[in-house]
Design a protein around this ligand. Sequence first.
Ligand code: BGC
Length: 725
Amino acid sequence: MRILLAFFLAAAPVFSAPNTAVESRIQKILNRMTLSEKLGQLQQLGGPIEGSSQLMDLARHGKIGATLNVRGAKNLNALQRAAVEGSRLKIPILFGFDVIHGYRTIFPIPLAMASSWDPSLIEKVSRLAAQEATLDGLRWTFSPMVDITRDPRWGRVAEGAGEDPFLGAAMARAYVRGYQGENLSAPDSLAACAKHWVGYGAAEGGRDYSTTEISERTLREIYFPPFKAALDAGALTLMSAFNDLDGVPSSANPFTLTKVLRGEWKFPGFVVSDSNAISELIQHGIAANGAEAAQRALTAGVDMEMHSRLYEENLPTLIKSGLVAQSTVDEAVRRILRVKIALGLFKQPYADETRTSHTPDAAARKMARWAAVRSMVLLKNDGKTLPFSKNLKRVAVIGPLANDTAAELGSWIGNGRLEETITLLAGVRAALPNAKVIFASGCAMSGDSDAGFAKAVRAAQSSDAVVLALGEAGDMTGEATSRAFLNLPGPQINLAKAVLAVGKPTAVVLLNGRPLTLSTLTQRAPAILEAWQPGTEAGNAIADILFGNASPGGKLPMTFPFTLGQVPLYYNHKNTGRPAKDDDHYTSKYIDAPVTPLFPFGWGLSYTSTRLSNLTLSPQKITPDQKTIVHVFVENTGNRLGDEVVELYIRRRAASVTRPVAELKGFQRVTLKPGEKRQLKFDLGPKELGFYGLDMKYAVEPGEYEITVGTSSVGGLTAPLSVSN
Ligand code: BGC
């Protein structure tokens, strides 16, 4: 018998569960609102306010509910004054902005933050980001992006937590807690917006904005969990995505926006459309004109319209003709007012103009440096090439990105400043004040010129060690940056070959925002550090690792394919009827490439070594509604302080539907002294063991489960778990 897990389906509403006093206050406001004022609340617009009276005018007439891209306490207060003192009903405006990985202090990109496998760190950095952003008058960020993605061609992989729903959910929770803080109405609480609901990361061909086809089971098991986690953590808002989802675009999809979000999950907050996503329903081909687009989006459950103004233009007629019910508009307004009340905007609509975000202070820089150190992944380290000695006399820093602040920050840099960013070159220089540090860029990021190679080779020849910085330019990841190739752009691989041929101890430092195909580089380079786009303190953090002040301990949140043709390649794939076998031709593999990745999900080395032992489950037999406790020992068997991320996976071999070959269901990052041995404990219960069976109900099916605890998604210790009624 399958035990249904109702508690997992119907979560408690998050921020203040519908509270009668608040609801009656909202109703009173609604009773006084004209249709035009109601539609004003549904409108989000952006743009500069200096020299433009448009936003001011709209504010004065109660015709704008929220803004984006307007910043600065002074600017925003002026606009707020127009709304609160100048408009009839005095409803405050909600000020939004993309605070994605920091506001003034820029932290590693979200994909890098996920590589830290450290939710408490993410909570801390997003708290700091909220404090900085609210100083500039903002109260709403369009973050976290919790889209699961299995295709590194999609440039927005940089903005998410990678390919796994469990890791993604942990990160989603941490961002929301950090942004919103403990008290939503505190002036430094920044409302979170989980985006992009939903399936956007599954864009066909990895092409941004492209179509998606996702089964309901995969939606529920892979794409929904990070959103659910964000809402359970109290996220006030969601953003509806650009993608066509099985023929019904996400910004007009009643199944996802109403049935799941409001029906099953009881989400009390509001949904904002992505930028122009409502008017794009016309291009999608489900609306002949703006009126139809507005009707489809609003009735499906999109409450606020970003940029386009189709609600405002068309809803009066749509209501008059009965095509949209007045109650649908009222409900959308209600959700928006609920969020504004929760944020305390009616009580305190203004920001403190005497304070503004400022150049990162020592504490912010320390946090940025630590976050960057924690997020780096040591992919390869043959012969203990790293860490380098701090006593090196001459070091060559080579590569087109070694002195490039934009590459170190990545996309969506908020109010971050290039000039406040420490480059890799500056970081190495600061770490080795007595050494001669020679810099050669070697090549450009595009074209095929090798004109700079000779100088780079000479720099390598004359040095004791080489740091080779390669990767992607700052504008090669983020929105609308899909790539058809995943190699190092331009002549970088040839530069690497020339420099590595010199034979000096060389560490490649990768600055990039997505998994790349690195098989040639990996064959030749003795050491590779995946630094991602590390943010304001990039260079110092990289130097901390290169010269051994810190040991790397991050792990990959996304598979690195061996070659492009394997994509999409992800660890939690299905087994197929013919799993790959070397000695069996008719199995699921390639005739011209391996079927395995270059670096698997969960992979990462450190400067020490660890060993896992004594995996035990108690009890080993449970009923579907019970839990078992998994214990395992992890020991630092090397002679340096170091981190290990211990990862727990489950596998169900025979079930009512096919299951992935591995599913992450627990992880812990620990720091161990040399020789230190610690016992770790993981809970495994209905929430972790359940899945959507043949009947599409979430349940634990009796049967045999394999529990694997390892240090990546490959290998580890395994023990059986038996579930029976
Ligand atoms: C992006 C969103 C972003 C919005 C507002 C859109 O183009 O898809 O992620 O939050 O712009 O800047």
